[in-house]
Design a protein around this ligand. Structure first.
Ligand SMILES: CC(=O)SCCNC(=O)CCNC(=O)[C@H](O)C(C)(C)COP(=O)(O)OP(=O)(O)OC[C@H]1O[C@@H](n2cnc3c(N)ncnc32)[C@H](O)[C@@H]1OP(=O)(O)O
Ligand SMILES: CC(C)C(=O)C(=O)O
Length: 514
């Protein structure tokens, strides 16, 4: 198995993400976590950029003991001097020099001919070599550089004393077969290439950063550069966790591996996200919240029978406890029953089917169905009261300058469906007047309370009412994502209980499993 060195640039290229600004303390915290993750090299910053960055690179260099610490520098003496200053106290320092080599950058940005580029870079490498054993050189925008010139630049860097030559696809323009071809060519054409390590630094402008890094590895790269969560300039860099997990999961194919402690991946990702403020998208490979979550019934059934049906990585490998079966509108009975067992309910097949139908109704209205939602759903139906009245539909009209009105349709046992419209002081009052008009009941509303039983904008609201009639009182409970519907359900539930109590005086409501 070939070892691939991991060069982490979260603190340099990662910090170049628009809006990200890490202070010294935060850089050290991330640096120490990267050390735990086991990255080989940490690019801690660009010391010439500002006194603050120089100080932060120095603090990381002093704190981290088990990784090479690197400072970035343009091919200029003053930048190299700043790296020298910043890396005082580092156990294993390295300077990373760069100079653009592509025709576009030479012409428009540097305004240099090829010869000047070669001369400037060589001078800088030789200057840096006086102070550093380890010198990495990057021909910036290598991906768009003429391949014969790139070979010439690489040969020059080796002669001048570079220990690593890094090939950046600075603008994320490459595709895997082109990028792989560059490495193959450098390996076969450049004299002395065996003396140095070849590295790949990719950007994700076309979504190919990880694929390009892997193509480089397949064609001889010894090192990959990237960031945690793939953060970085514009669309970001190669995500280190993706390359590491691709190599670990498909070792049979790549025949290469990193020496990362994979179980630190999730923790490192969370820390970088927290300190940079860059939220990891739910669907992000490896570290997204949904990377180990399964919502659809067929997948959940497969997962319950055998996890490898739908998971190629076990979540504990990256330091997560377990995969999640998320209940939602695409879930099936197998996962629903499993959830009920987890929550402590043991129901007959028929009861599971009834509860499942209710769950599907709720899932149609709600994005995520939580454990509390399911408990609330079940417990509403656990109440063993015959339903004389069943709510079919309600429609409410409300305006702050008009009188609220409500139309309710109720199915009445042995009498079919009836509908009435009524007005009220508010929407709930109008609903209750309409229910009274349909049922002909004249109970008094003694208490009304409402609370949210689950979280979020689409939370379930639970309404409690107490109705009294002829010295008998009954409570009712209604649950819905809509508080007006919950109010109607609670009122009708209380009416049903009142009727039951009137029939069997002394009877207490009893809870039993459906
Ligand atoms: C591909 C990458 O990610 S490279 C790293 C990018 N990161 C950063 O730029 C972050 C830190 N940068 C900075 O803080 C500032 O740009 C500084 C301090 C480095 C330089 O600031 P300034 O001196 O004001 O220059 P400015 O950034 O406006 O322009 C860059 C200059 O460097 C030159 N330059 C660019 N790359 C290199 C290089 N590798 N070697 C030598 N000179 C270079 C440019 O041609 C330009 O020179 P000019 O002023 O003669 O036209
Ligand atoms: C400094 C170099 C390696 C860089 O960040 C790039 O080219 O993207």
């Amino acid at each position: 198995m070939r070892k691939i060195y991991v060069f982490d640039t979260t603190l340099r290229d990662g910090e170049q993400s628009p809006g990200v600004n890490l202070n010294t303390k935060e850089k050290v915290e991330i640096g120490l976590q990267l050390e735990k993750l086991g990255v080989d090299r940490i690019e801690a910053g660009f010391p010439a950029a500002s006194p603050g960055d120089l100080e932060a690179v120095n603090a990381v260099a002093r704190a981290v003991k088990n990784a090479t610490i690197i400072g970035l520098a343009r091919s200029r003496e003053q930048d190299i001097d700043a790296v020298k200053e910043a890396l005082k106290g580092a156990q294993d320092p390295c300077v990373h020099l760069f100079l653009a080599t592509s025709p576009i950058h030479r012409k428009h940005k540097l305004r240099m001919e090829k010869e000047q580029v070669l001369e400037t870079a060589e001078k800088a490498i030789r200057y840096a070599k006086q102070y550093f054993d380890k010198v990495e050189f990057s021909p910036e925008d290598a991906g768009r550089t003429e391949l014969d010139f790139l070979c010439e630049v690489t040969a020059m860097a080796i002669r001048a004393g570079a220990t690593v030559v890094n090939i950046p696809d600075t603008v994320g323009y490459m595709n895997p077969s082109e990028f792989g071809h560059i490495f193959k060519t450098l390996k076969s054409e450049v004299p002395g290439i065996e003396k140095i390590q070849l590295s790949a630094h990719c950007h994700d402008d076309l979504g190919m950063a990880t694929a390009n890094a892997l193509a480089a590895i397949l064609n001889g790269a010894d090192q990959i550069e990237g960031t945690i969560n793939g953060i970085g300039e514009r669309a970001g860099n190669t995500a280190i966790e993706e390359v590491a997990m691709a190599l670990a999961t498909r070792a049979d194919f790549f025949q290469a591996n990193t020496s990362l402690t994979l179980s630190e991946i999730a923790k490192t990702s969370r820390l970088v996200s927290k300190l940079t403020g860059m939220v990891v998208p739910g669907n992000k490979a490896i570290v997204g919240a949904n990377a180990f979550a399964h919502e659809s019934g067929i997948h959940q059934d497969g997962m319950l029978k055998e996890k490898t049906t739908y998971e190629i990585i076990s979540p504990d490998i990256i330091g997560l406890k377990e995969s999640k079966l998320v209940l939602g509108k695409h879930s099936g009975r197998h996962a629903f029953r499993e959830k009920l067992i987890d929550l402590g309910y043991e129901l007959s097949d028929e009861s599971v089917n009834q509860a499942f139908a209710k769950f599907k109704d709720l899932a149609d209205k709600k994005k995520d169905v939580s454990d509390e939602d399911i408990r609330a759903l079940l417990e509403e139906k656990l109440i063993d009261t015959p339903e004389i009245y069943t709510l079919e539909t309600i429609e409410v009209s409300y305006g702050n300058k008009s009188v609220p009105s409500a139309t309710v349709r109720i199915s009445i046992e042995e009498h079919g469906v009836r509908e009435q419209k009524a007005e009220g002081n508010g929407s709930v009052d109008a609903i209750y007047n309409a229910i009274d008009a349909v049922t002909g009941e004249t109970a008094t509303l003694e208490d009304y309370s409402i609370k949210s039983v689950t979280h979020g904008k689409d939370a379930l609201g639970e309404v409690h009412v107490v109705l009294a009639q002829d010295g008998v009182s009954a409570q009712g409970r209604g649950l819905s994502t809509d508080i007006l519907e919950a109010s109607a359900r609670a009122y009708i539930d209380a009416l049903n209980r009142l009727i039951e109590k009137r029939k069997t005086p002394g009877r207490r409501d009893k809870m039993s499993l459906i």
